[in-house]
Design a binder for this molecule. Structure first.
Ligand code: AN7
Length: 347
């Protein structure tokens, strides 16, 4: 049968209420792309789980299909989220699909253009908050406690349920869990979902468990520092988060899996973004953090990837944040529209 989305394929493994009314954009089923060149450099079997190929360009669609389907079935009319951008675009799309009103709160001036454009294109009401993502999330929590508006941030348990599907897919593709799973950590919903998903699949199918490497940006690394960050800053605006809602669970995932949560610099994030693109996979800055963490630990001699099977989760597409790339290159040279001009340049 043709693919019909995350709830159709894995719904029997997700803890969703009976009133759930599935709304799908055929999210999930993303490719696990082998990275033979980078893998050979590290001496490991390396794959990218390319979540940027979801319908709105990020992994958020896996959780959003579940959260919006539940909200719709419960009779909600309006959904709201705080977002560094990708959640906003995803909520907007699934709300549009369901005929719900979507309100998204974003930190003023700190959301990449491809994400903001998505939220607008899908018809969400976009509100900029004078503050951080964390401030916006506090507002969303308060208004959803006081009104019937439904919250679709990853505090919502159905978001976590939907996002477990990525772990199931990886096990299905590889025939078992990888040795390591490396991924960026922001509000810590995704690391929570992956660990829950791997544990559940292992109980049912004896697929094994990966060690988890969660990676934050140095300027927004509350889980590494051990305390909230009041003014998070990083070029990876997706993970510019100082008070992760599921921080405790992220630390548990790292500890239980015998993994770790570390931080990498903005320079490491950007150079790893270029490195992944050099093997044909262009991801947004935050999405390069998992790979950046793997590279940094390996270079420091604290991690030995040799002989291991490693999956790096690339959470969002490079097209989400084109300015990061175009700002740092010189605009392409201009030639007259003549054969002579072209051949003198390239032949
Ligand atoms: C590309 O969209 O928090 O640790 O509001 O967009 O589950 O938060 C985005 C997070 C990683 C971190 N990669 O995931 C939002 C938002 C990308 C992201 C993360 C985000 P979590």
């Amino acid at each position: 049968m043709t693919y019909q989305g995350v709830l159709h394929r894995y719904g029997h493994l997700l803890d969703l209420p009976a009133h759930t009314r599935p709304v799908s954009l055929l999210e999930g089923d993303t490719p696990l792309i082998p990275m033979p060149r980078l893998g050979a450099e590290l001496g490991c079997e390396l794959y990218v789980k390319f979540e940027g190929l979801n319908p709105t360009g990020s992994f958020k669609d896996r959780g959003m299909t579940a959260a919006i389907s539940e909200a719709l079935g419960r009779g909600a009319q309006t959904v709201i989220c705080a977002s560094t951008g990708n959640t906003a675009a995803s909520a907007a799309a699934y709300a549009a699909r369901s005929g719900l009103r979507a309100i998204v709160l974003i930190p003023e001036g700190k959301v990449a253009m491809g994400k903001l454009a998505g939220a607008v294109a899908y018809g969400a009401e976009v509100i900029q908050v004078q503050g951080s993502f964390d401030d916006a999330l506090s507002l969303v929590v308060e208004i959803t406690q006081k009104t019937p508006i439904a919250l679709v941030n990853s505090i919502n348990p159905y978001r976590i349920e939907g996002q477990k599907s990525a772990a199931f897919e990886i096990c299905d593709s590889l025939g078992g869990a990888p040795d390591w799973l490396c991924l960026p950590v922001g509000n810590a919903g995704n690391i929570t979902s992956y660990w829950a998903g791997f544990k559940q699949y292992h109980l049912i199918n004896k697929t094994g468990l990966p060690q988890i490497l969660g990676v934050q940006a140095e300027g927004a690394a509350p889980l590494v520092l051990g305390h909230p960050v009041e003014k998070p800053e990083t070029v990876a605006t997706a993970i510019r988060i100082g008070r992760p809602a599921r921080g405790e669970q992220a630390l548990e995932a790292a500890q239980e899996s015998n993994g770790m949560i570390i931080a990498v610099s903005d320079e490491e994030i950007l150079s790893t973004q270029r490195l992944l693109a050099s093997e044909g996979v262009w991801v947004e800055p935050a999405s390069a953090a998992g790979m950046a963490g793997l590279m940094a630990r390996t270079a420091a001699g604290e991690f030995d990837p040799r002989g291991k099977r490693i999956v790096v989760v690339c959470t969002g597409h490079g097209l989400k944040d084109p300015a990061i790339v175009t700002e740092s290159f010189q605009s392409p040279q201009i030639i007259p529209a003549t054969y002579e001009a072209l051949s003198s340049l390239v032949a």
